[in-house]
Each structure stands twice: as structure tokens, then as C-alpha cells.
Design a protein around this ligand. Sequence first.
Ligand code: PAF
Length: 288
Amino acid sequence: VTEVITSLPRWRERIATLRASGATIGLTMTMGALHAGHVSLFERARAECDVSLATIFVNPLQFNDPADFVAYRMDLTDDLDVADRAGVTAVLAPSTAAMWPRWPTPSTTIHVGEIAETLEGADRVGHFDGVCAVVAKLLVLTGPCVTYFGEKDFQQLCVVRRLVSDLVLDAEVVGCPIVREDDGVALSSRNARLSAAGRRSARVLHRALDAGREALARGGTVQVATAAMRGVASQEPGFQLAYAATVDPASFGALAEAAPGEPVRLLIAGIVEGIRLLDNVEAVAGRA
Ligand code: PAF
């Protein structure tokens, strides 16, 4: 049965014991509301490391919109059940006060620079500073590990890689494929807040990405691919586009052009029924 730890010093001690026995540690950080996407990370950690550990903490520092923080669904009992079934050995589930004793007075945050200022970072100012603070804190607390992140939040994955590299944190960051429903919608804790109509509108993200990927594969430019994504997005009345973008998957820099055969990442975000949804796919530029 998954052990639940709420105190940070106790987490440290538990990990010291595991490490003393020679175990390698796979760590998945979450904000709860666990779904099959999280399970895929827990299982990958379990397959690649001796123990799969997880954290469940709704981090107030990364919510630029306080209403979003309040609306965030959390059911620790359900989540622990999911973690247990996925073979997670122990979960750190600290209170807000244990994690950020001074909150809501501002705590330490970490700004990684330009890649955290575009797209999600531009629309949700300060979001990644809060993500980086909690990720760095949990990695420091856990010590050497392999840490698993979903590609669904592709920008977050790139920002975390940069954080780990800049601060030489002792973690190997592994990006894992997006888990989708049969109709293509990427799994997200936020989907549960959509009505049936909203859930149908949410399919447009994946449709738009497909259109962008096809345009690129046919030899279209980055601009043509972006226009194809925008075109599909504009046909869905229930969807308000935030951005459609093409980036270099390694640097997360915006791309103005892609050479044939070059891998790129197409990203889209927008609002359905007041809920922000995002998605992305890998694509390859076709023949010129
Ligand atoms: O992706 C998430 O769930 C969160 O941003 C993370 C990485 C757990 C930090 O709070």
C-alpha cells in the first residue's frame, strides 16, 4: 500500500533509507486529480527505476488566477488509490503551510528567462516562476532521481529541463508521450470541468494540430502550418484561441522556418467554457 508522507523532513528520511538500500528513485510530481496520463508516468518510473515515488501538491505559487486555484479539484483518497494501483511506493502530500510557510506572503520563485516568458508564460505571468520554485524545492528535497514529466505541458517540460540544467539539480528529466482519449482529446484534470458540449468543443485542439502537421508534411511553411491551425480553431464557436505556435523542440525558440526533415513542435492553447486547454504534437517539415 502506498505510504503517505506529509512532512518534508520525513520525506527526506524515507528517501535516505531507500537510497541506503541501493534503490534508484523515479519521481513524478503532480497536483493530484490523477488520470491515466499520470498513471503512465508512475508506471514508466516503476519500469525504469527501483522505486516510483510521487508528490501531490496543489502549488498556490503557480496560479496566476486565484479563482483557478480555488476551482482545482483535489480528492486525496481517490488520488492515493490511483497511485497505489500504479505501484507508487510513497507519496509526499504536504499541506500548503508545510510547503510554503509564508504563503500568501510571496515566497521564493525562480525565473528561468525567455522561454518562460512566451506563450503560457505570456498569458499567465509568473506561472512558470511558481512551477520552477516548487519543482526545484521537491528535487532538492528528494535528491538524485529520474523525474518524469508529461509532454502535454510541453513548455513546462522545456522550462524544467532548463531549470535543472542551469541550477545543476541532480535529476534526469524524462519527457513522456501525451495520453489521449479515443477522440484525440489530450487527458487533463481540467477536462472534468467541461460540460458535454464543452468536451466536444475541446476536440478542436487536436484537429487544429493535425491540420498544422499535415500542412507541414505537404511542404507548407511554418506560417502556412500556423494558419492551418488558426483556420480550424476559428471554425469552432465554443473555442477561443489563445495561441497557435511552432517551436524548436530542443530550445523552445519560436521558429520562422523549418528545413525539410526538421522536427518541430506545434502548440495550441485556448479557452472552452472559461477553462484553459492546451495541446501539442511533434511534426516534421516536409519537402520544400
Ligand atoms: O504539471 C503539474 O502538475 C505541475 O505544474 C507540477 C509540475 C506538479 C508543479 O506543481
